[in-house]
Design a protein around this ligand. Structure first.
Ligand SMILES: [Zn+2]
Length: 310
């Protein structure tokens, strides 16, 4: 069902990486810049991430001997350096995820570049190393993002949803490696409930949420895909949920032939395969629709056929 699976290391059937986005209260400050300081309960829910969940998550990874990836907004790295330092100390990857969780596709050209660079430098100031990767806050990757990431020296992006395996995004500056996931692997739909953040889902049990994630895992395992949960310490790191995940990681390891690795290692492996000719990815041109003329924002702009054809 996957026509061109990646040859994963040591004959692994699939690659797997839990990506935990440690957003903390950046979400609140972005949504309510004037009132966030007084939203104490919502802030406490979000702070649970760095203060309670991250140490628990790191314990599980240490228990199983796996290294994974955290995406952290620059402001969160500056506010919770101890959480980020613990991730780095234990060999996990920490890559950037905006500065205050701002949305690149709602910014001007200059603002997107400014906040991307500020995000990267803030994370590096705590981790001591450049970010290998990037995830756009709330998947809000813009028509400029791929080119700006290449310009900034970022190796891979993890914001898009266009395949089950890595692929390349073509830009005038070169190609950017995409390590995709999708909303079905995100923990907001099953777990997030916050009136302050206007995302009020009927909360599911950990077992029910994992039913879907396990189906995704089995399919990726069977066909050679890339399994990437997009989770948040303040949601999935809650006690009953992480207890369930701790057990499920054991189950995945028992199944065998799963390559758990940080995203940066997965990117390096994919680049090595491209370099030695053992695998060639699909290349995608970003779908760029011409902007509607002023005053005609409601009309569809129909691109010429050659722009959408691949
Ligand atoms: Zn986020």
């Amino acid at each position: 069902m996957i026509r061109n699976p990646v040859p994963w290391p040591n004959g692994a059937k699939c690659a797997a990486c839990f990506t935990l986005d440690m957003d903390a209260e950046s979400l609140l400050h972005l949504a309510h810049p004037q009132q966030a300081h007084s939203m104490v309960s919502a802030a406490s829910m979000l702070r649970y991430g760095p203060d309670v969940a991250v140490p628990r998550i790191l314990d599980t990874y240490r228990h199983y001997g796996i290294r994974q990836t955290f995406f952290v907004p620059g402001w969160c790295a500056e506010r919770y350096p101890y959480a980020v330092e613990a991730m780095v100390r234990e060999g996990h990857e920490v890559s950037a995820h905006g500065y205050m969780h701002e949305h690149p596709n709602e910014q001007s050209d200059a603002d997107e570049r400014h906040w991307l660079l500020r995000s990267l430098s803030a994370v590096q100031s705590v981790t001591g190393a450049p970010s290998a990767g990037w995830r756009a806050p709330l998947y809000r990757f813009s028509h400029r993002s791929a080119e700006l990431l290449l310009e900034a020296g970022v190796t891979y992006d993890a914001s898009l949803m266009g395949d089950d395996i890595p692929y390349l995004i073509e830009t005038p500056r070169g190609t950017l490696l995409e390590l995709p996931s999708h909303w079905g692997m995100d923990d907001w739909p099953p777990f997030m409930h916050s009136s302050e953040l206007e995302f009020e889902m009927p909360i599911q049990s950990a077992a029910r949420a994992w039913e879907a994630w396990w189906e995704e895992f089995e399919a990726m395992w069977e066909f050679g895909g890339l399994w990437v949960p997009v989770w948040h310490p303040f949601l999935s790191g809650r006690l009953a949920r992480w207890r369930h995940t701790h057990r499920m990681i054991g189950k995945m390891l028992d199944k065998g032939q799963v390559w758990f690795a940080p995203m940066r290692d997965i990117a390096a492996h994919v680049c090595a395969c491209m370099g030695n000719g053992t695998w060639a990815p699909r290349t995608e041109q970003p779908l760029t629709l011409p902007r509607a003329a002023p005053g005609t924002e409601t009309a569809f702009a129909v691109p010429p056929a050659e722009e959408t054809r691949r």
